[in-house]
Design a binder for this molecule. Structure first.
Ligand SMILES: [Ca+2]
Ligand SMILES: [Ca+2]
Length: 74
């Protein structure tokens, strides 16, 4: 079995959690336009720092709506 691309793995992780089946605005609890690891962990306690960093394409420590959508689009 081939390894899944990391984005697909992230998307699967998010999609398996009900909160991440919701939209970006729901996960972005403080509505600042970015999802932090802490915000992500509210909906997906099993998320790892490595998984979060893999979704954080530009490495700024937060997920933009584009990064979030990319990670959860699979
Ligand atoms: Ca936020
Ligand atoms: Ca980012």
């Amino acid at each position: 079995m081939k390894k899944l691309p990391i984005a697909l793995a992230i998307g699967t992780l998010f999609a398996s959690t009900s909160v991440f089946a919701a939209d970006f605005g729901t996960v972005d609890a403080n509505s600042d336009g970015f999802v932090t690891l802490a915000e992500a962990a509210v909906g997906a306690p099993e998320i790892t720092e490595d998984a979060f960093k893999s979704a954080d394409a530009n490495g700024d420590g937060v997920l933009s709506q584009e990064e979030f959508t990319t990670a959860t689009a699979q």
